[in-house]
Design a protein around this ligand. Structure first.
Ligand SMILES: NC(=[NH2+])NCCC[C@H](N)C(=O)O
Length: 410
């Protein structure tokens, strides 16, 4: 039987994608909570939604099915038992158990399922809940600066990160920062209980382990090679765990993992903020990660008796040629490698392109220097608006989680 997830490249024609339309959560940030919420500014929701709708519309015009994860969550939470189970876990992960969890649940039960889902994304304000037997934790909330008892999920429109599709399955990710942890709980419940996915996918990694990994670091280069960033968000331990799983599981056809070390900072939190694949042999890259050919790259292959063989490399272009079996590749530099335009456009996700077919991408309009370079190199570029969406530090690739791509010709 065909799996409900089929993603065997970064570039095969995109057929189906998971999105999340930004809700109230992106305005439920204040200067005091911004850093913890992983934002650099407070977006204006009205414009962000218009920009997001334009993006989704463009994808649909290109024949892509756009599936909103919040709708899938609503479907799943219709079931009383599943809803209770989800809420118990969600509250326990915010340290609300026992009576306090019951008091919050009592409030949730007064909401429609649609309102409940919006609240899970938007966050729950303290003044909505009356605790029968208040404890210090309950009256304190996540931090003293916020009026929220349960934090908003402003990063949820970056649907790329809480999970990553890979072949016939996905990794459901343990996120690095608490601000994003509930996002992959939503993925878990959707994948486990939604009829579209339940029992029809492989789960390579779940979120209940000590290994941090995020989808922005997970790039499926072809049907047997994945590239993974060793980054602020993805630990080497998780890459090894994933390698064991992919190399041992008979449902997986992946036999090569390229672990690429990148700087560990907020501007470059994931590999896809500095590197994306846009055609069989074309890539965009932020020149700042290349270190004059002195990078730290390791290629992992299955060894004997369930061990892993590892080989060290230092050049990104040479490694890509080697693992993809190409004689030439075209690396297009963000901002044309200019010392001002390159970091500026990287900051605004000029390296974060979503391929919707080989040689065809969607990207933010503001990165006009990078766009010009791509066009000069023969890439078909669809521009999307980016005044508000870009404030969350993620671009078209971050805002989309492919669930089906057409297989590549070769
Ligand atoms: N795949 C990506 N590059 N995602 C970008 C996520 C940005 C988000 N503000 C975070 O820090 O988590």
């Amino acid at each position: 039987m065909k799996s409900a997830i089929e993603v065997n490249s970064e570039i095969g024609r995109l057929k189906s994608v998971l999105l999340h339309r930004p809700g109230k959560e992106i305005e439920n940030i204040t200067p005091a909570t911004m850093k913890r919420m992983l934002f650099d500014d407070v977006p204006f929701q009205k414009i962000a939604d218009e920009e997001h709708d334009y993006f989704a519309h463009l994808l649909r015009d290109q024949g892509v099915e756009t599936v909103y994860i919040e709708d899938l969550l609503e479907d799943v939470l219709q079931d009383d038992e599943v809803r209770d189970d989800f809420l118990t876990t969600y509250l326990a992960e915010h340290y609300y158990t026992g009576n306090s969890a019951e008091d919050i649940k009592k409030y949730f039960e007064t909401l429609s399922i649609h309102e409940l889902v919006s609240t899970i994304y938007a966050g729950l304000r303290r003044d909505k809940i009356h605790f029968e037997h208040p404890s210090l934790h309950e009256v304190s909330g996540p931090d003293a600066e916020t009026p929220f008892l349960l934090d908003p999920l402003p990063n949820a429109y970056f649907t790329r990160d809480p999970q990553a599709s890979m072949g016939s399955g996905l990794t459901i990710n343990r996120m690095t920062f608490e601000a994003r942890r509930p996002e992959s709980l939503i993925t878990e419940y959707v994948m486990k209980y939604h009829p579209r996915f339940a029992g029809k996918i492989d789960v390579w990694l779940d979120r209940y382990n000590d290994a941090r990994i995020e989808g922005g670091d997970e790039l499926v280069l072809n049907d047997h090679v994945v590239a993974i960033g060793c980054s602020q968000r993805t630990s080497t331990r998780s890459i090894e765990k994933l390698a064991h799983k992919l190399f041992d599981d008979p449902d997986s056809h992946f036999d090569t993992i390229v672990a690429v070390e990148i700087p560990h900072n907020h501007a470059m939190m994931h590999l896809d903020t500095v590197f994306t694949m846009v055609n069989y042999d074309q890539f965009t890259v932020f020149p700042g990660i290349m270190h004059g050919g002195k990078m730290n790259i390791n290629i992992l292959h299955p060894g004997n008796d369930h061990t892993i063989k590892m080989e060290h490399r230092t050049s990104l272009p040479a490694t890509l040629k080697e693992v993809l079996g190409l004689s030439e590749i075209d690396l297009m530099e963000t901002g044309n490698g200019d010392p001002v335009a390159a970091p500026r456009e990287q900051w605004n996700d000029g390296s974060n392109n979503l391929a919707i077919a080989p040689g065809e991408v969607v990207t933010y309009d503001r990165n006009y220097v990078s766009i010009k370079v791509m066009r000069e190199h023969g890439i078909k570029v669809h521009e999307i608006f980016s005044s508000e969406l870009s404030r969350g530090r993620g671009g078209a690739r971050c805002m989309s989680q492919p669930i089906v791509r057409e297989p590549l010709d070769n």
